[in-house]
Design a protein around this ligand. Structure first.
Ligand SMILES: *Cc1c(COP(=O)(O)O)cnc(C)c1O
Length: 414
């Protein structure tokens, strides 16, 4: 289902609300999310798993707004976190810490301690040194840490190098052979309870093959561990399922879940997955206002009020994101533009070579902006961060106020 599409008059809608109405009401740059989309995406994962024991742990870093976390919690989701800050957000939003898995290569002592106090489901351990540290912190807190080892299965996810995480050369996880030894070491360590195994091979995967390759390697390791008397409660397959930005053809949530469940059926193990992008990317748009049109020698620029500080994916990953007019402006002429923002960097662009029929003052809609949009935003160039709005049917409400100028220097001293 399309949650952001044109009505019969050619107006872009967010569910039942016109996007240009929202832009006038709340100003731009503006993130708009569809509650219906979030519910539907979650329920597709949930229903695809069916009776198979499972937990969908939404990857908080994709979009960590409290309202979105609260909605996920209310639907029964667990959470994949990568920092103490994300744990605090989950708790603040009413999420259940007992459904939290904690990934990340640099967990500090205080972060580990906070996660132990909260009683999380599992630490996804990324190195030998981290395992030792978790053991020490657990012992000194008189408690036991539940752990999984994050295995780096050395598969090429076939995605952009910056979002590929399962190769030997990446900083994440430990190779299969070392993982085996790390489990044996974990048996000897006090304050450690082995509960699972984990991997996450990359993001925006549009084929199931890398997931299958990774899973085959993990399943072999699970069998070896069983032979050593190490029996796991869960297998965490990470996130990474791709979405449509342009003309990609990613697998459906259903076929993704089917393939995974088929590989682990019979192992008597619970499935955890950590979808981020697939949950939120196409549940959100980013609305900009065209400030100026500028003719260059060789290219035309459509200069908007949104910049790389609001949405860094095009600059950081050369990501292609669809940009459309919020209304069809019959008085504007059709031309090809580089859509650029106000930030003083040549890398500050939202899209290049785009056909748009646009005039100054018109609103533009960037699709697929719900994931790694606001959560990667910054105040670079002293730009207050955008407002976020949630739409549900014909209702709409602010879920994060636009930052004020005073917010820019909060905590600073003269
Ligand atoms: C980023 C991340 C995810 C989510 O990845 P998506 O591609 O957004 O689904 C899941 N698990 C871990 C460990 C991650 O780092």
């Amino acid at each position: 289902m399309e949650f952001f599409s044109r009505n019969d008059n050619g107006s872009m809608m967010a569910e039942d609300v016109s996007v240009s109405f929202l832009a006038r009401q709340y100003g731009t740059p503006l993130y708009v999310y569809s509650e219906k989309a979030l519910r539907e995406h979650f329920s597709e994962f949930e229903q695809s798993a069916g009776d198979f024991p499972h937990l969908i742990c939404y990857a908080v870093k994709a979009n960590s707004n409290l309202s979105i976390l609260r909605l996920m919690a209310s639907l029964g989701a667990g959470f994949d976190i990568v920092s103490g800050g994300e744990l605090a957000r989950v708790i603040k939003a009413g999420g259940d810490p007992a459904k939290v898995v904690y990934s990340g290569v640099a967990k500090t002592e205080s972060e580990i301690s906070a996660a132990l106090n909260a009683g999380i489901l599992s630490f996804n351990v990324e190195s030998e040194a981290e395992m030792e540290r978790i053991s020490r912190v657990a012992v000194s807190g008189n408690t036991t840490a539940r752990i999984s080892v994050r295995v780096n299965p050395d598969v090429d996810a076939g995605t952009h190098p910056y979002i590929s995480t399962g190769l030997k050369t990446n900083k994440f996880g430990v190779p299969v052979e070392r993982a085996f030894n790390l489990y044996k070491r974990a048996l000897e360590l006090p304050g450690i309870k082995i509960v699972g195994i984990d991997c996450h091979i990359g993001s925006q995967l549009t084929s199931l093959a890398p997931f299958e390759d990774a899973l085959d390697r993990i399943v072999m390791l699970i069998t070896r561990l069983k032979n050593e008397g190490i029996v796991l409660e869960h297998i965490d397959v990470g996130g990474g399922l791709g979405v449509v930005y342009n003309d990609e053809v990613p697998p459906s949530r259903k076929s993704y879940m089917d393939v995974i469940i088929n590989k682990i059926r019979g192992l008597n193990i619970k499935l955890i997955c950590e979808p981020g992008r697939s949950m939120v990317a196409n549940a959100g748009i980013l609305v900009s206002r065209c400030e100026y049109l500028k003719e260059g020698e060789t290219v035309n620029f459509c200069i908007v009020d949104t910049a790389m500080n609001d949405m860094i994916r095009p600059s950081l990953y050369q990501a292609w994101m669809k940009i459309e007019e919020a209304e069809m402006n019959q008085n504007a002429s059709d031309a090809v533009y580089n859509v650029v923002g106000p930030v003083c960097e040549t890398g500050d662009f939202l899209g290049k070579d785009r056909h748009l029929q646009v005039a100054a003052g018109d609103y533009l809609v960037m699709q697929g902006a719900g994931a790694y949009g606001f959560s990667m935003s910054s105040n670079y160039n002293s730009r207050p961060r955008a407002c976020e709005v949630m739409v549900s049917g014909s209702d709409h409400r602010i879920i994060r106020k636009r930052e004020t100028i005073e917010d820019l220097w909060r905590g600073e001293e003269l």
